[in-house]
Design a binder for this molecule. Structure first.
Ligand code: ATP
Ligand code: LTN
Length: 328
């Protein structure tokens, strides 16, 4: 029986953090046994805001290396960088011509990211969800595992696909389903628990990166915001401590009840110390594996081979789309 296809992407826009890991990457790794998987380093999405060329080039490789270090296995999954396959840009252009501006006006991420001024934001930033729809629709994707912030974009991809199929009265595009892992779909910042942990966030203690050393992890967790209640309970109305507890739960595999009992008489400082040790212990193998992979010089080859596997699928879908429109 044919396995269902998973497609997801990650931007090479900075250090990969535990929000990316718990909200997305860890699920991708787990899905590998049951699905047919394609994972993409979405470098074209990253240039929607200005990037230093040298750093971008390094980050593309670092991001791919980290996915491998987290457990993405090229025997089971295709891993490539978006800009290596021009069909992504080409389908995005075509879909632009089928997407009403009004749909994009509703996207909350654009409103947030263009906060500095809509007039100065690039057209690419506005159009970001259409490129994402192209990524997904090129591969007959069944399932798109993402964090909560991307759900609206996957819904847009569904709407674009449905509209196109109905205009041409043909099932050209498969309609993808979004998949989120409820508990960790939105890991919040450590300093500001009102905003999601983010790569592009300015606050240096807000996110724990996968390559942070134990000392840095400890410093960030000890500095994390809490409240004045000093009670270690999963209470959603106390978002800062709740977020730290969710991180503890995901890394430890313990239940909420077990964690609350463990810290029933504890102080925040004791809990934070334990949490820092746990996170450092869980990230250690990823850091070590990443070092090995990046020193091996294999990342470039992996990306090239991944693109060679994905390209024929993408080109076949693009050809089908062009034919139905009357292009070429
Ligand atoms: P940026 O802050 O620059 O927008 P990002 O940290 O959101 O970057 P992306 O590359 O955009 O990272 O996201 C990769 C995946 O990680 C997506 O599926 C996204 O939904 C998920 N993700 C990002 N941040 C979080 C978070 N704080 N909690 C859970 N999942 C997250
Ligand atoms: N926009 C996503 C990254 C992304 C993606 C995709 C995710 C680009 N193309 C296709 C899933 C499917 C983000 O995480 N910021």
């Amino acid at each position: 029986m044919n396995k269902k296809r998973v497609f997801s992407g990650i931007q090479p826009s900075g250090g990969i953090h535990i929000g990316n890991y718990l909200g997305a990457i860890k699920n991708w790794v787990d899905f590998q046994k049951d699905y047919d998987n394609i994972f993409c380093v979405v470098d074209l999405h990253t240039i929607t805001v200005r990037q230093d060329p040298k750093i971008l080039k390094e980050k593309i490789r670092e991001t791919a290396g980290l996915l491998l270090a987290c457990g993405i296995d090229v025997e089971k999954s295709v891993l490539f960088a978006q800009s290596y396959i021009s069909a992504h840009s080409e389908l995005a252009w075509i879909l632009n011509c089928f997407t009403p501006m009004g749909w994009l006006e509703k996207m909350t991420q654009f409103k947030e990211k263009a906060a500095g001024g809509r007039e100065r934001a690039s057209v690419g930033l506005f159009d970001y969800p259409v490129l994402m729809a192209a990524d997904i629709l090129l591969y007959d994707t069944d399932v798109v595992p993402v964090g909560e912030d991307q759900v609206q974009h996957v819904e847009l991809a569904r709407d674009v696909a449905k509209r196109f199929n109905s205009l041409y009265e043909k099932d050209i595009f498969k309609i993808p389903e979004v998949k989120i892992k409820k508990e960790t779909a939105r890991v919040m910042g450590l300093s500001n628990s009102e905003k999601k942990m983010s790569k592009s966030d300015a606050g240096e203690n807000n996110a724990i990166n996968l390559l942070d050393t134990p000392d840095v992890i400890s410093k960030k967790i000890m500095a994390a915001a809490t409240d004045s209640e000093n009670k270690i309970l999963f209470d959603i109305n106390r978002p800062a401590i709740y977020n730290l507890l969710v991180i503890y739960e995901s890394f430890s595999g313990l239940t909420k009840g077990e964690i609350e009992s463990k810290f029933v008489d504890g102080k925040y400082a004791d809990f934070k110390k334990d949490l820092a040790e746990l996170v450092a212990e869980k990230l250690k193998p990823i850091r070590e594996k990443y070092k090995e992979i990046s020193e091996s010089g294999e990342i470039e080859k992996v990306l090239k081979q991944g693109a060679d596997k994905a390209r024929p699928m993408a080109e076949a879908k693009l050809k089908e789309v062009k034919e139905v429109i009357g292009l070429g």
